[in-house]
Design a protein around this ligand. Structure first.
Ligand code: GCB
Length: 594
C-alpha cells in the first residue's frame, strides 16, 4: 500500500474538514443500518481530531462504543477510467466504511492506515455518501487491551492498563485518490554504504500486465539525477553520496515510473535517506558511528483536538525539540502520523518506532484497579487472538514506516509482562515477525521495572535493551541519593548480564508547572530537574548507556486516576508547550554535548 500522492499521474482529494457526526449511545446504528441514510441527529465534527474534547459533556468525553461519521463527496469527472481508492490514515481503534449502501472496508487497530478500491461504487461525475463507524472499545483482544465494565446504573465504562487518555475518532486524514488501473502497489527501499559510495536498492510491487516496464531515477538533494535503473528490483550506486544521519536530513528522491508502449502509466516519488543502522556489542551505530539518543518519549496530545494531527503543532513540537537539543524521540505508545515521520526524515531526527502494544501487564494494573492478581497471558486475558492482532500491528507498522530513514529501531511493545515463561512464548513469534518484515533494522521492546536483568525473559530476544525507570519517583520518592545508587546498580547488572546497548527510554518525575520549592520536593519543578540531573550523572558513568529519553516531552491527558492531577505532569513542557525548569536543564546539557 502506497501513500496517496499528487504527481503528474496520481491525483488526491483530501476529505478533511467538517463531517456529520453522531454518537451511537444505544448501539442502534449497526442494527438500524445508519449508513443507508443521513445520520440521525447529526452534529458537525472536525476531521482530523479526537471527538472527545470537542463536544462538551461526558457523553462524548467518556463514550464507549460506536460513533458515526458521514459526508457527501463528489467524484471528479476527470477520473473516468481510473482506479479510485478510499483511504483512512487512521480510525481509532477499529472501523467499518461504506460507500453509499456498500461496505467497502473494515480495519482493526487505531494507528495504521487502511484503504479500499472503490472504483466500482465511486462513479466519476456522481456524488457518493461515505459513512464510517468508529468503535473505541478496548478488550482483552485489542491492541492496546482494556476492559469494559458496567457501573451500577448500567453505564459502560472503559478501563485500560495504559496511562494516556483513550482519545478516539478519525485522528488523521481521509483521502479519495486515483491511479491508473495498472499501477505501483508497493515500494521497499534499503540502503547501504560502501566507502564513500551510497547503495540504494529498491523493489517495486506492480499490479498490471507483464508488458509494463519499471524505470527508476534517483535525484540528489540539489536536483541532479545521479543514478537510474530499469526493472522492478534493482540496485543503484551513488558515488560520494550525501548521507542521511542525525541532524543531517539529506534526502534523495527516488522516482519510479511505470510505462507501457504508449507512455507513462504510473509514477511514485519517494524520499530516500542513504544510511546504515547496526548494533555492535554495546554500541548503536548509524553510518558506522556510535549514536547517543537524546530526546523524549512523546504523545500525540493537544488541548481540544486530542490526538488529531495538525501540521502547525507538529512544526512547533519539532522546533521545541531543536531548541532543547534533542536528536531523537520514541513514538510512545503507538505509531504516530506519517507526516511526523516525514518531518523527522527532513530534519535528521532519529526515531524509535513503537506499536500500540501498551498495557500488556496485569501486574501493574491489578493494584490500580483492585482486580487482584490475574495472569497477563491466558485464554481469558491476553490470548492467541490478541497475539494475532499484535503480530498484525507489528507488520502494519513496519509496512507503513519501512522507508523512513529516521526510523532506526522497532519497539514491539511498551512495558509488557516480560518476566514469565508465558511472556517468552508470547513474544518469540512477534520478534520473528518483525525481523521477517524488516531484516534491516534492530528490534526491541521497552522493559519495565518488575523485570530486572535476573528475571527478564524477553530481553534475550531483543537487539537493544530499552528500560523505563522511575527511581526517585515511584520507587523511593523524594530520596534522590538512594535513587541514584539504585539506578546505577541496576544498569551495571544489565551490562554485566548482556552485551547489548542500553537506552533508558523513560525517566522523569511529575512537576506542576509553576510549582517551586527551595529544597527539591516531589511535584516541584526543582525536583523534576534535580531528578533528571542525577540520572544524567549515572548515564555518564555507565558505558553501555547509549541513550536518554526523558518521560515526557509535554504534559498529557490521562484517564481518571487518583495519581494524576489534570493528566500526567511528567512533561518538561506544559501541555500548552511552556518550558519548566527541566526543559532549560536539558537544553543546557544537550547543547553542550552536541
Ligand atoms: C510508564 C509508562 C508511561 C507512563 C509513565 C508514568 O512507565 O510507560 O506510559 O505515562 O510510566 O508517568 O507513569
Amino acid at each position: 500500500m502506497l501513500r496517496p500522492q499528487d504527481n503528474s499521474v496520481r491525483e488526491t482529494r483530501k476529505l478533511d474538514g467538517l463531517w456529520d457526526f453522531a454518537i451511537d449511545r444505544d448501539a442502534a446504528g449497526r442494527v438500524g443500518e445508519w449508513w443507508k441514510d443521513r445520520l440521525p441527529g447529526a452534529v458537525k465534527m472536525a476531521v482530523p481530531a479526537s471527538y472527545n474534547d470537542i463536544l462538551v459533556g461526558a457523553e462524548a468525553h467518556d463514550h464507549v462504543g460506536d460513533v458515526w461519521y458521514q459526508r457527501l463527496v463528489p467524484v471528479p469527472v476527470g477520473w473516468a477510467g481510473r482506479r479510485i481508492v478510499l483511504r483512512l490514515d487512521s480510525a481509532t481503534h477499529r472501523a467499518r466504511v461504506w460507500v453509499d449502501d456498500t461496505e467497502v472496508a473494515a480495519h482493526e487497530g487505531g494507528y495504521t492506515p487502511f484503504e479500499a478500491d472503490v472504483t466500482e461504487w465511486a462513479r466519476p461525475g456522481t456524488t457518493i455518501r461515505i459513512t464510517v463507524v468508529v468503535d473505541n472499545t478496548l478488550t482483552w483482544q485489542s491492541i492496546p487491551p482494556g476492559i469494559v465494565d458496567e457501573s451500577a446504573d448500567g453505564r459502560r465504562r472503559q478501563r485500560y492498563y495504559h496511562d494516556f487518555f483513550n482519545y478516539s475518532g478519525l485522528h488523521r486524514s481521509v483521502w479519495l485518490y486515483s491511479t491508473a488501473p495498472a499501477r505501483l502497489e508497493d515500494l521497499t527501499v534499503t540502503t547501504d554504504i560502501r566507502g564513500t559510495t551510497g547503495v540504494v536498492r529498491y523493489h517495486a510491487g506492480v499490479a498490471g500486465p507483464d508488458r509494463l516496464e519499471t524505470h527508476a531515477t534517483l535525484v540528489d538533494p540539489d536536483g541532479r539525477t545521479v543514478a537510474d535503473a530499469v526493472g522492478p528490483t534493482a540496485e543503484m550506486t551513488v558515488p560520494d553520496a550525501l548521507l542521511w544521519g542525525p541532524g543531517q536530513g539529506n534526502l534523495y528522491q527516488l522516482q519510479i515510473d511505470l510505462r507501457d508502449l504508449e507512455g507513462l502509466v504510473d509514477r511514485y516519488v519517494l524520499p530516500v535517506g542513504i544510511r546504515t543502522v547496526r548494533v555492535e556489542g554495546e554500541r548503536f551505530l548509524i553510518n558506522g558511528n556510535p549514536f547517543y539518543f537524546r530526546g523524549f518519549g512523546m504523545h500525540e496530545d493537544h488541548e481540544v483536538r486530542g490526538k488529531g494531527h495538525d501540521d502547525a503543532s507538529m512544526l512547533h513540537d519539532f522546533e521545541l525539540l531543536r531548541w532543547m537539543g534533542a536528536n531523537s524521540f520514541r513514538t510512545s505508545h503507538y505509531p504516530y502520523a506519517e507526516e511526523i515521520l516525514d518531518h523527522a526524515d527532513r530534519l535528521g531526527i532519529v526515531v524509535i518506532d513503537e506499536t500500540a502494544a501498551v498495557g500488556l501487564n496485569l501486574n501493574i494494573g491489578a493494584g490500580l484497579f483492585g482486580t487482584g492478581p490475574r495472569p497477563t497471558f491466558s485464554d481469558e486475558t491476553i490470548n492467541a487472538t490478541t497475539q494475532a492482532h499484535h503480530l498484525r500491528a507489528i507488520e502494519e507498522l513496519i509496512h507503513r514506516d519501512k522507508n523512513h530513514p529516521s526510523v532506526v529501531l522497532w519497539s514491539v511493545a511498551n512495558e509488557p509482562e516480560s518476566n514469565t515463561e508465558a511472556s517468552h512464548a508470547y513474544f518469540t513469534p512477534l520478534f520473528d515477525a518483525a525481523r521477517r518484515a524488516d531484516p534491516s533494522r534492530p528490534v526491541g521492546f521497552v522493559n519495565m521495572l518488575l523485570a530486572t536483568p535476573d528475571v527478564c525473559r524477553v530481553t534475550e530476544l531483543a537487539d537493544v535493551i530499552m528500560l523505563n525507570r522511575y527511581y526517585g519517583w515511584y520507587v523511593e520518592p523524594g530520596d534522590l541519593d538512594l535513587a541514584e545508587r539504585m539506578l546505577e546498580d541496576e544498569l551495571r547488572a544489565w551490562s554485566q548480564r548482556y552485551t547489548k546497548p542500553i537506552i533508558v527510554t523513560e525517566y522523569g518525575a511529575d512537576a506542576v508547572g509553576g510549582l517551586h520549592s527551595l529544597e527539591p520536593v516531589p511535584w516541584s519543578e526543582e525536583y523534576q530537574a534535580a531528578l533528571l540531573d542525577s540520572y544524567h550523572r549515572v548515564f555518564d558513568r555507565t558505558d553501555a548507556v547509549v541513550g536518554e529519553h526523558v518521560w515526557n516531552f509535554a504534559d498529557f491527558a490521562t484517564g481518571p486516576s487518583i495519581i494524576r492531577v489534570d493528566g500526567n505532569k511528567k512533561g518538561v513542557l506544559t501541555r500548552n508547550r511552556r518550558p519548566k525548569a527541566a526543559a532549560h536543564l536539558l537544553r543546557k546539557r544537550w547543547h553542550d554535548e552536541a
